[in-house]
Design a protein around this ligand. Structure first.
Ligand code: URA
Length: 227
């Protein structure tokens, strides 16, 4: 059964509205809104089809991503590519982003002020891309998007509704590199993803009006309160 969540707890200081992803990337620019800019090499905005049906959200860029300027390009990214291939999807067909756009030094955990600064950018990415399904990668992104303290082990493997959108939490691919027993769950969750996308495509064929009015422009989660 789907669980309904009310989304990320209020950590956004402001909303951003842009015409498209290019304008949003320009708006973020050479961001110095939080102290992460001091240690990062570059802002890692996100990559992929700007109108993808599938959006992956990770935690933050790591060392490889910080160097290349693209999310999930290291070992975890290679596993993500393998998982996508297992359901006949190419990386170019999806969109991949992170909660934080800059690498925390030494890959430390994101801090509240950093999350608050970056959350409006992620919210705007979701609004502009307007995906059918959001996949949250790992504990941090899942807790952030679902606005829950429940762990990924409890949440993975089933869909949750956040702000009217389907969200599928999965283990972080990096976790499966350290605990290979997690690989089977990742592949199982991707098979579920494939079935869901096929079901959505079938629904769209049956009735173009099957989606509730206004669903396309709905925000993924509420940004409430301020820091
Ligand atoms: N881990 C993440 O959460 N994001 C990346 O982009 C790379 C590794």
């Amino acid at each position: 059964m789907e669980a309904v969540h009310h989304g990320v707890r209020g950590r956004g200081a402001h909303c951003v509205t842009c015409a498209d992803l290019t304008a949003l990337e320009e708006h973020i620019g050479d961001c110095r809104r939080c102290p992460l800019w001091e240690a990062r090499t570059r802002v890692v905005f996100g990559v992929g089809d700007p109108h993808a049906r599938l959006l992956f959200i990770g935690e933050a860029p790591g060392r490889n991503e910080d160097r290349k300027g693209e999310p999930f390009v290291g070992a975890a990214g290679r596993l993500l590519d393998e998982l996508l291939t297992s359901i006949d999807i190419d990386r170019s067909q999806v969109y991949i982003a992170n909660v934080l756009k800059c690498r925390p030094p030494g890959n430390r955990n994101p801090q509240l002020a950093e999350i608050g600064t970056c959350t409006p950018f992620l919210a705007e990415q979701v609004r502009l891309i307007d995906p059918v399904v959001i996949v949250t990668l790992g504990n941090f992104a899942t807790k952030h998007i679902l606005g829950t303290d429940e762990g990924i082990t409890q949440l993975r493997g089933r869909f949750h509704i956040v702000g009217g959108r389907q969200v599928l939490p999965i283990f972080h691919p990096a976790a499966a590199l350290y605990s290979p027993d997690k690989r089977q769950y990742l592949f199982a969750d991707f098979a579920l993803l494939r079935d869901t996308l096929d079901g959505v495509a079938q629904l769209a064929r049956v009735s173009a009006t099957a989606l509730p009015a206004g669903a396309a422009g709905r925000l993924p989660f509420e940004i409430e309160g301020s820091l």
